[in-house]
Design a protein around this ligand. Structure first.
Ligand code: PLP
Length: 414
């Protein structure tokens, strides 16, 4: 019988100062900043062959050795991961990109990539003895945590801004979590969760305020590598809020190189995409800062990236810099158009966050930063179906008793 933590985990490490922490106990932040999980990668490489993954289960738990959960512990899973990587020629052509792909994270148990983080973090929290979890959320993380907490038999508390999308409120209530609408932003919700740690004895599951959601998000990078035959794309455009997706993928790529499963020269350029309505990371990058000032009056319909202050800001900015990537802020008023464009050309229902990546790709093609033949990937982090309040969906009525005028039924637009 092994312990709650994978024995290949060598230690945990403060991201701000490299300070080593022993695995096997609960951690939140170190010096007010996130904590990395570090592995004995030489031992991992000796134990598992990258080609073995292909024959395993179609979930992120196929990468079991690369994840922090102890080998004998049952994960809390709803079958998340191994989402399709879709070749998008028609949309690519419109963007001037000959090799354009969408990894469709909307095909997840609760419809967003937050399930990756929650499956791993809830598994770890339960195995380390937690029975109450709390989270501030822009929406999808709360809906996802509510589901995984229910699956694990943990009590869940969710705090969300009062204008959080209706589907996310439904997800929380439906899964039996305690949920509240707060008259503020996700950062205000985060303060409530922090203040409740002692009186409520709950564990804070905020983005990057425990070490394991990031490990779950890392599997996006592992899947991408496996699905492309262990060769990475040239550019990844990522809608960036708290940044776990971008940071997690970059961590995955670095680990894959150290494992000898990828060529060191093969790393993609990472692009953080935000809306002009909330772009603290873009602003910090443009000003050459490693830490981002809080973005005042953050407002965007892309609720998943409405994060005015990110505790992992420097980790996002470091990954962009190390990868030779860049940042892009896109026009808030065009987000619905990009959602529609992707749905009409490829049948892929992008959420508003990922739709920003369409605008960003176009902008980077126009500036010449993105070459026409660069293999480019975006992630559909959460599908349009989570945002019906954003979509016009009026259809004309048809009288079943009337004679149908076939010639004018669906006039071809001029
Ligand atoms: C949470 C979320 C994001 C931002 O993710 P981070 O990795 O935390 O930056 C983007 N899109 C959707 C749909 C989300 O739910």
């Amino acid at each position: 019988m092994t312990g709650p933590v994978n024995e290949l985990v060598s230690h945990l490490e403060g991201a701000i100062d490299g300070y080593r922490l022993a695995p096997g106990q609960l951690y939140s932040l170190h010096q007010g900043r996130p904590i990395w999980v570090r592995y004995d990668l030489a031992a991992m490489a000796a134990r598992v062959d990258r080609d073995a993954f292909a024959s395993r289960e179609a979930s992120l738990w196929r990468y079991r050795e690369c994840l922090p959960l102890g080998a004998d512990i049952q994960p809390v899973t709803l079958g998340e991961g191994m989402t399709p990587l879709l070749d998008c020629k028609r949309l690519g052509e419109r963007l001037g990109l000959a090799d354009f792909w969408i990894k469709d994270e909307s095909q997840m148990p609760t419809g967003s990539f937050k399930d990756r983080g929650q499956s791993v973090a809830i598994s770890m929290a339960r195995s380390l003895g937690v029975n109450r979890v709390a989270i501030p959320t822009a929406g999808n993380a709360g809906g996802s945590m509510a589901a995984y907490a229910a699956r694990a038999g943990l009590e869940a508390f969710v705090f969300m801004p009062e204008d959080t999308p209706p589907i996310n409120r439904f997800e929380v209530a439906h899964a039996g979590a305690h949920g509240w609408l707060v008259n503020g932003l996700i950062t205000d919700c985060g303060k409530i969760v922090r203040d409740g740690i002692v009186p409520m004895n709950w564990f804070d599951m905020s983005t990057l305020k425990e070490p394991y959601r990031l490990e779950g998000k890392k599997t996006m990078g592992l899947e991408l590598a496996e699905q492309f035959g262990w060769v990475l794309p040239d550019v990844i455009l990522y809608p960036t809020g708290g940044g776990t997706g971008l940071i997690g993928m970059w961590k995955a790529f670095r680990e894959l190189i150290e494992l000898g499963w990828l060529e060191a020269t093969d790393l993609p350029r990472m692009v953080a995409v935000q809306s002009e309505g909330c772009c603290p990371i873009v602003r910090a990058h443009e000003q050459g800062e490693r830490f981002a000032a809080a973005f005042e009056d953050a407002a965007t319909i892309a609720s998943g990236i409405r994060v005015p202050a990110a505790v992992g800001d420097f980790m996002i900015l470091d990954a962009i810099a190390e990868s030779g990537g860049c940042v892009v802020a896109v026009d808030e008023t065009a987000i619905r158009d990009w959602m529609q464009e992707a749905a009409m050309t490829e049948g892929i229902a992008l959420g508003p966050e990922s739709a920003c990546c369409i605008g960003a790709a176009r902008k980077l093609r126009e500036s010449g930063w993105l070459e026409a033949d660069a293999r480019t990937v975006i992630f559909n982090c959460g599908g349009a179906r989570k945002y019906p309040h954003l979509m016009a969906c009026e259809l004309p009525a048809l009288d079943r008793h009337a004679r149908i005028d076939w010639a004018n039924l669906a006039p071809t637009p001029q």
